[in-house]
Design a protein around this ligand. Sequence first.
Ligand code: IVH
Length: 711
Amino acid sequence: MSDKPVDLLTESEAAAELERLAKEIADHDRRYYSEDAPTVSDADYDALRIRNAEIEARFPELVREDSPSLKVGTTPSGVFGKVVHAVPMLSLDNTFSDEDVRDFVTSVRRFLALPADRELVFTAEPKIDGLSMSLRYENRRLVTAATRGDGTTGENVTANIRTIAEIPETLPADAPDVVEVRGEVYMRRDDFFELNQRMAETGRVFANPRNSAAGSLRQLDPEVTRQRPLRFFAYAWGDASAPLGETQYEVVKRFGDWGFRVNELMARCDTVEAMLAHYHRIEAGRAEIPYDIDGVVYKVDRLDLQERLGFRSRSPRWATAHKFAAEKAMTVLNGIDIQVGRTGAMTPVARLEPVTVGGVVVTNATLHNEDYIRGIGTAREGRDIRVGDTVVIQRAGDVIPQILDVVMEKRPADAVRYEFPHTCPACGSHAVREEGEAVRRCTGGLICPAQAVERLRHFVSRNAFDIEGLGEKQIEFFFQSDDPSLQVRSPAHIFTLKERQRDSLTKLENVDGFGAVSVKKLFAAIDDRRRVEFSRFLFALGIRHVGETNAKRFARHFLSFEAFRKLAEEAVMPEGKGDPGNAAWQELNNINGIGSIVAGAVVEFFGEDHNRQVLDALLAQVTPLDEEPVGTTDSPVAGKTVVFTGALEKMSRDEAKAMAEKLGAKVAGSVSKKTDLVVAGPGAGSKLKQATELGIEVIDEDAWFARVGRQ
Ligand code: IVH
């Protein structure tokens, strides 16, 4: 740290010192948290942060993206134990306009086959901008508190949660033996400002109440959390050993009786107009609400209907979040960089003069593609975006900010139209844009280092292999390394790293940024992933169009990766119209939710020699686990392949499908020898005929309900 008084620093000295401080503080954090081996006293550490804060206060425009003052708390992941949620914690779909909300209500009615004149009540309540929490009570005592994490597994923060005064330790006698109360931990704005004032002395201030709540909760020492003004709203639930009530409204009221804080702005609405009116009322009063909210959540009130509606892969069909308009700001566009993704897609990224939008410093924004820069197909009506322009940017929640418009009056006289590159900035290969496509892609394929790095990044990302200690930065390092004992250019290399290191003189622990403890942890985390769920494994491969949802669909259908691969390698795509493709191709296409585009991408992937080699090398190191058959295995249709055909009168086609899948059946679109059951309504035609010919059991809608036990 330099001794020069902050007042005397020139701008370039300040910038250089902020860079040094960011690195030094990050190093100390790592030594303290990951390696349990701090090398400075607390006082010296605090002095560094104070100096950083003082320089930033004098030169706010120099605040770096990696500034320690912007970090959300400093506790790294991996410090808290893991909790597998008994019932997954899902997120919500977003809607942005009144029109979207009308569509949402219509789709709920359609799914339930409810006529327009039949009553359908929704609750409407503020969407709290905090972090979601699941509180598990057993025998009416709080036993675990867990963050949402990836929805399936969260972090155990029980000790910290117990310090929040308004979260009850015990529940009254009428609460069931097991219940998970879910809701949002948040901080009021006034408490946040006051806390930041206190914290300013140490240099560790938070960007906004949400980050402040998250940082305060993720403390190693619960006594620190106790000093933080955290609060909790209850609005949902997970596991429960007995029904909690008949409606959303009633259950939340019950939480209130149990001693939880519940939101007084929750209303019951029986028309779309009432829902929208409540939304606009809340939006208009937003500034007076003492905590941050970012929208209104609507939920179907009747729990039996919620049950029938069920879930899509990540969110319930019975709820949606109506978000408030995003915050906007103006700043200058300093440059445009091109990022190359794992499929070669070239995305332009705006480098901006740093600007604060809704309490967060923004330095980058997405520009989507070349047409977007030119203003084609946007609300800018052909106004293009040029380097040097003053632009309007928008940031909504956690999504990457975007450039909305250009302030033409401020355009510098020498600003020139942006020429989108026709070659890849990473490998120099030709970049092409196919007819009808918005993106330009690098054609470098396997020789393009940018694509290779992105593929590896995807491979280790959170919903793929998710290897603790192997993030984007580390992947970049291993990829760039020239040392054979450190290099990672293909997924299998990750799993041979430990072995290669054993006989090498260049030790990873001596590399800057690693240490003996973190290397040990990294190797353990890698070994931990030598057995991995089928769907994660498949998602990690990064096949086009095979995201998490489709990976799960394949896993549920085939149960073993081997069976999936065998079929994918056998499948032959149709040559043209009229050609149905071979039997394997048809089976791929017959999986519920999978169409010819996804199936085609899979077949193409397995048709490439190189892909098969990479895969074989990986399979020599890693075993994809067989998927457990889903659904209620004791249901009368579990494991059966069902086809619905003709008109259904008591439920929509979508509900029929969702219901069958929940009971462990597979739903297919066409009848084949593999079909076990056909549910046929009035007007059924060729599928019914085929079923009869093949001797497959055919029942009607009532018989289906009787079989699965619903009236
Ligand atoms: S209901 C199954 N209600 O929003 C869905 N969520 O974007 C359960 N959130 O992860 C969530 N206020 O953290 C619900 N009143 C509210 C909420 C709310 C904030 C958060 C929650 C969730 C996220 C989804």
